[in-house]
Write a protein that binds this ligand. Structure first.
Ligand code: KG4
Ligand code: ZN
Length: 344
């Protein structure tokens, strides 16, 4: 089943053609993908500016779509494509409107079905794009810039929330630390590069351990802000301190995430296959810690492929195709900023 997919929920404009394999077997294939990261548009503002994001999506959608047509050899009638999918939430309203309106208009013009996709469902199913054998059910750690949750995935469209952050998402905490340290772009990816130079044990960071499977990162965020400010006042925020802070925060975030997964495994009621997805899943320190914990409890860790951790269109096409194949009811196609996965 060939799906043409659009993703525009935040600051990445992405279009892909995905071949979703039938339930009876075979691998899902990303036939072609093109994306544009808006990181430069937002660089001067220390974060994503919704209005600028919408404008950049609008400017990039048509050239990216034309590029995809050229690369795949698809004709303008999109012969061979079974459906057109787009993210309709959660995300920035204006940004979502750009991608989904483009996709809906296209679907109307070429007379193909339009499939509305929940962005988090895309992340949740993204590890199925990996070569590793992966079957439901699994425990999903979804860690991105806006979300941090543990879910029990029993099948496509069947998600039960086990725990979530009570304040900041893991990625948000990394992004804020990067901003405090003056990194550009201020993201977990740039923080990870700096962290490689630092000693994660040189500084002590607070660890939160909430009851159950919930997370909290606000204490860590406040502690880092206070530390950075006091070092700045003393004129002592040198490169070594910066690298140590990056390493210590990265580790503190990874430790909390891995510890909660360990608690889920120790509960003994959930699948032994653990999947990690979302932008923060690209973090190598997190992958290593998770792998140690999961293996120690006799489980298997399946991380989303590196290329499909951060926002991308193939995961949206995959989610759409798997929903169609499972015969699930179509989701409401109205855009929305908030749309928890366990409520779809
Ligand atoms: O999934 P994503 O692209 O967007 C959301 O849906 O939020 O995730 C973005 C988040 C950002 O917070 C970014 O800092 C984080 O993923 N991120 C990373 C890495 N690459 C992206 N965090 C840690 N290490 C990385 N290598
Ligand atoms: Zn995302």
């Amino acid at each position: 089943m060939k799906i043409l997919a659009f993703e525009s929920s935040c600051d990445d404009t992405a279009v892909a053609l995905v071949d979703v394999a039938a339930a009876s077997g075979g691998a899902h294939t990303v036939v072609c993908e093109v994306r544009y990261s808006q990181v430069r548009e937002h660089l001067d503002y220390g974060g994503v500016v919704p209005e600028l994001a919408s404008r950049a999506h609008l400017e990039r959608l048509t050239p990216l779509y034309e590029q995809l047509l050229e690369k795949t050899g698809l004709n303008e009638a999109l012969d061979g494509v079974d459906a057109i999918a787009a993210t309709v939430g959660p995300g920035l309203i204006g940004a979502l409107l750009m991608g989904s309106s483009f996709a809906k208009s296209l679907a109307l013009a070429v007379n193909k079905p339009f499939v509305a996709v929940n962005h988090l469902e895309g992340h949740a199913l993204s590890p199925l794009l990996s070569d590793a054998a992966l079957d439901v059910p699994y425990v999903l750690l979804l860690a991105s810039g806006g979300h941090c949750q543990i879910l029990h995935v029993e099948g496509v469209g069947r998600y039960t929330l086990l725990g979530a952050t009570r304040d900041d998402a893991a990625g948000e905490c990394l992004d804020k630390t990067a901003r405090l340290l003056g990194l550009q772009p201020a993201s977990g990816a740039t923080l990870a590069v700096l962290a490689r130079e630092g000693d994660p044990f040189a500084l002590e960071m607070p660890q939160t351990n909430l009851e159950g499977f919930d997370f909290s990162f606000s204490g860590l965020k406040t502690a880092v802000a206070q530390l950075v400010n006091s070092l700045k006042m003393k004129n002592a925020l040198d490169d070594i301190q910066k690298a140590n802070i990056a390493a210590a925060v990265e580790r503190a975030v990874a430790v909390q995430l891995a510890y909660k997964i360990e608690q889920v495994m120790e509960a003994g009621m959930y699948p032994k296959t653990v999947v990690v997805a979302g932008g923060v899943a690209a973090n190598v320190t997190l992958r290593e810690l998770l792998s140690t914990v999961v293996t120690r409890h006799g489980g298997t860790l399946v991380p989303a492929p590196m290329a499909y951790c951060t926002d991308n269109a193939p995961m949206i096409g995959l989610a759409a195709g798997l929903r169609l194949q499972a015969g699930l009811e179509a989701l409401d196609d109205a855009v929305r900023p908030r749309w928890p996965l366990d409520e779809i």
